[in-house]
Design a protein around this ligand. Structure first.
Ligand code: UFG
Length: 327
C-alpha cells in the first residue's frame, strides 16, 4: 500500500501540484483544505476533507482515519498586503493553525512535516543572491507569521525529535505542464497571471509598481520558480524525512532574477499580443531584488528545476488561463 501523506492546503495552487507529484511518486495524498482559496476540481489524486486548522476535533479524526506518515503543510494566508491590514487574522490562521496541527500530529504519533515558508522571512535583503543564513527580518506580518512557525518547528525538533523540512519559496509561478492544474487566486495579485490577463484582454492594463528602483531597468527583480518544480522539491524533501535524513531549511528558487519589465516583454513575446502598461507608484513593502542562492536545495535535496526558463512558466500559465476561459 502507498504511504499516506496529509496535505493541508492541498486544493490550493502549490498544494494541488504537490498532490499530483506525490501520486506520481507512489504516495497517497489526503487533502485537508477549507477551500477558502482553493479549487475543488484540483483534488483528484486522493480524498478531500473540508475543514480548517482551527478545528482540533476534526484534525484528530482525520489523523485517526488516514494515519498519515507525514504532513505537507501548505495551508496559510499568503497575501502580504492583506497581512498588514489584518495581522491578527494572519497570526491566527498561520501560527495558531499550525500549533493545532502540531498537537494533532503529536497525539497521532506523526512526526514528519514539510513546511511551506517563504522568501518573505528575509525582509529587505542585505545581499543577493540570498543564502539561508541571511538575517531574518521580515517586513510584514505575513513574513513574521512564517518565521514564527519556522521557530516553533525548530524548537519542537530540538525538544521532541520532530523531523522538519522548511522550504522557502521565492515567486511561485507557471502551471501544470500537462494543463491539469493552475493558478486561480481570488483576487489575483501575482504578476504573471495579471500580465497575462492584460495581454488576453481580461483586464485593461497592468500597473508596474515602481520604475525607479536601483535595478538595470528600474523595475523590481524576482526569482520566478515553476510550481511543478516546487512540487518535485516537496517529494524530495519528503523522501529525505522518511529516510531519517537530517532536518533541512532550503530556499526554492532558480538563482536567476527577472524584472517586472522583462516579465511583461516575455508575455508579449510568448502570446504575440501587446500588453498595455501603466507606470505607477511603488507598492509599499516591495524589496528591489529578491533572488535565491539555490545551492543548498541543489546539494542537500538533489533538486534541479525542470523549468528554469520563464517563457515556460508563461506558456503553461497562459494555456491554463485559456482552458479555464473556455470552460
Ligand atoms: N507587480 C507589479 N504590478 C502588479 C503586481 C505585481 O508591478 O500588478 C510587481 C511587484 O511590485 C513585484 C513583482 O511584480 O515587484 C512580483 O509581485 P507579486 O505580487 O507577484 O509577488 P511578490 O514578490 O510580491 O510576493 C510573492 C508571494 C509572496 C512571497 C514572496 C516571496 O506572493 O507570498 O513572493 O518572494 F512571500
Amino acid at each position: 500500500t502507498r504511504p499516506t501523506i496529509l496535505v493541508t492546503g492541498g486544493a490550493g495552487f502549490i498544494g494541488s501540484h504537490a498532490c499530483k507529484a506525490l501520486a506520481r511518486a507512489g504516495y497517497q495524498p489526503v487533502v485537508y483544505d477549507d477551500l477558502s482559496n482553493g479549487l475543488v476540481e484540483a483534488v483528484r489524486w486522493g480524498p478531500l476533507v473540508v475543514g480548517g486548522l482551527a478545528d482540533p476535533a476534526r484534525l484528530a479524526a482525520l489523523f485517526d482515519q488516514y494515519r498519515p506518515v507525514a504532513v505537507l503543510h501548505f495551508a496559510a494566508f499568503i497575501e502580504a498586503g492583506l497581512s498588514v491590514r489584518e495581522p491578527a487574522r494572519f497570526y491566527q490562521n498561520n501560527v495558531a493553525g499550525t500549533l493545532s496541527l502540531l498537537q494533532a500530529m503529536a497525539q497521532a504519533g506523526c512526526d514528519r512535516i514539510v513546511f511551506s515558508s517563504t522568501a518573505a522571512v528575509y525582509g529587505d535583503p542585505l545581499q543577493t543572491p540570498i543564502r539561508e543564513d541571511h538575517v531574518l527580518q521580515p517586513v510584514n506580518p505575513y513574513g513574521r507569521s512564517k518565521l514564527m512557525v519556522e521557530n516553533i518547528l525548530a524548537d519542537q525538533a530540538a525538544a521532541k525529535g520532530l523531523r522538519v523540512a522548511v522550504l522557502r519559496y521565492f515567486n511561485a509561478s507557471g502551471a501544470d505542464p500537462e494543463g491539469e492544474l493552475g493558478e486561480n487566486h481570488q483576487p489575483e495579485t501575482h504578476l504573471i497571471p495579471l500580465v497575462l490577463q492584460a495581454a488576453l484582454g481580461h483586464r485593461p492594463e497592468i500597473a508596474i509598481f515602481g520604475s525607479d528602483y536601483d535595478t538595470p531597468d528600474g523595475t523590481c527583480i524576482r526569482d520566478y520558480v515553476h510550481v511543478a518544480d516546487l512540487a518535485d522539491a516537496h517529494v524530495l524533501a519528503l523522501r529525505r524525512l522518511l529516510a531519517d535524513g537530517d532536518n533541512l531549511t532550503a530556499n526554492l528558487g532558480t538563482g536567476t532574477g527577472f524584472s517586472v519589465a522583462q516579465v511583461v516583454a516575455a508575455v508579449e513575446q510568448v502570446t504575440g499580443l501587446p500588453v498595455p502598461v501603466r507606470r505607477s507608484d511603488r507598492r509599499p513593502g516591495d524589496p528591489a531584488i529578491l533572488v535565491a542562492d539555490k545551492g543548498r536545495a541543489w546539494t542537500d535535496l538533489g533538486w534541479q528545476p525542470r523549468f528554469p526558463d520563464i517563457t515556460d512558466h508563461i506558456r503553461h500559465a497562459a494555456a491554463w488561463m485559456r482552458h479555464r476561459q473556455a470552460d
